[in-house]
Write a protein that binds this ligand. Sequence first.
Ligand code: ATP
Ligand code: MG
Length: 344
Amino acid sequence: MTETETPRRPRAIAVFSQKGGVGKTTTASNIAVALAAAGKEVILMDLDSQGNVMSSFCGQPAPLVGAYDFLVEAVSFAETWKRMPFANLSIIPATKALAGMELEFASFEKPQFALRDRLASVSTEADYIIIDCPPALGLLPVNALVAASSVIIPVQCEPFAHDGLINTLYSINKIQSNLNPGLTVHSFLLTMISGEDITRKMAAIIRREFGPRVYATEISRAPEVAAAAARDVPLTVFDPDCLALIGYVGFVAEFLARERSMKDVPADMSAGAPEQVAGAAAPPDILEFNEMVFARLRKWKQALEKQDAPSFIEDSVPSRLAKAGVLSASAPPWPETEGEQAPI
Ligand SMILES: Nc1ncnc2c1ncn2[C@@H]1O[C@H](COP(=O)(O)OP(=O)(O)OP(=O)(O)O)[C@@H](O)[C@H]1O
Ligand SMILES: [Mg+2]
């Protein structure tokens, strides 16, 4: 890098909704994996003390350091993230200590800016930092929204979805006006879509009201999501061909196309779609893109199956290895450091 070159900064994308249980964690995890499969270097940061992100990654042991330690400046950025077995993907996990972070912020001079300021000084080759937020509007999600350049809002199409979305947009508007004028609403992503009448009606209402800000791709409700979670594997790897996953890969294709054509979006969230930059790169050839991503996801699945063939889907990898006496129940199924085993 020459002196005139500025270091590449990763784009921080918050996955946020004030409403609980709408698919934030499922979305954050699966788009992180799909982006990694698309060749982007991704860091997935868990800012929810429930810690659900890590538990869906192949039974990784309870992490000792994570987002909390990074926020309180106890560790450097490089000590915070953990390489996943899948190429291009790292996780900054949530540890139990994160549950006390909201109280600890009281001693910070500028608590809303803690994450933004910490990230400003890090050096990383990552293209994206995807941040999974807890529900409600505490200081942790505020930190995510202040540090992020864009936010993705999952919307579960059920009776209170519209109210939840309006509350979420109101909060985001406040953040834009007072704390982060550069924050753009990337998209609303409709999740857990089923054939039920109420779901379809809510989806139609939200599309009518918010138009092109709602991504064309929808995430289907699929039993494989729970099955994947129960087996500690991201859906994207558990069953690359299931309907919900096809949705997440389609979403990532749309996301990347929108990223390429996005220019500063007006702070007014009710405005139309992000403007297209004249001469912006054309969207990728979608068939070629899908072929590349699905091929990599299937390769990852096969590699995991080989770890403990033949019944990968019967049980989680670590617990099966433990049962077979290969691994103690608490031992990590994956190498602690990247160097010991190349990512698949
Ligand atoms: N497409 C889907 N099909 C079926 N179940 C799903 C789907 N997406 C998410 N779920 C399930 O819905 C529940 C809530 O999902 P998730 O944990 O992603 O939501 P969340 O918004 O992160 O919740 P919280 O607000 O508690 O953090 C989980 O049990 C998850 O497995
Ligand atoms: Mg969650």
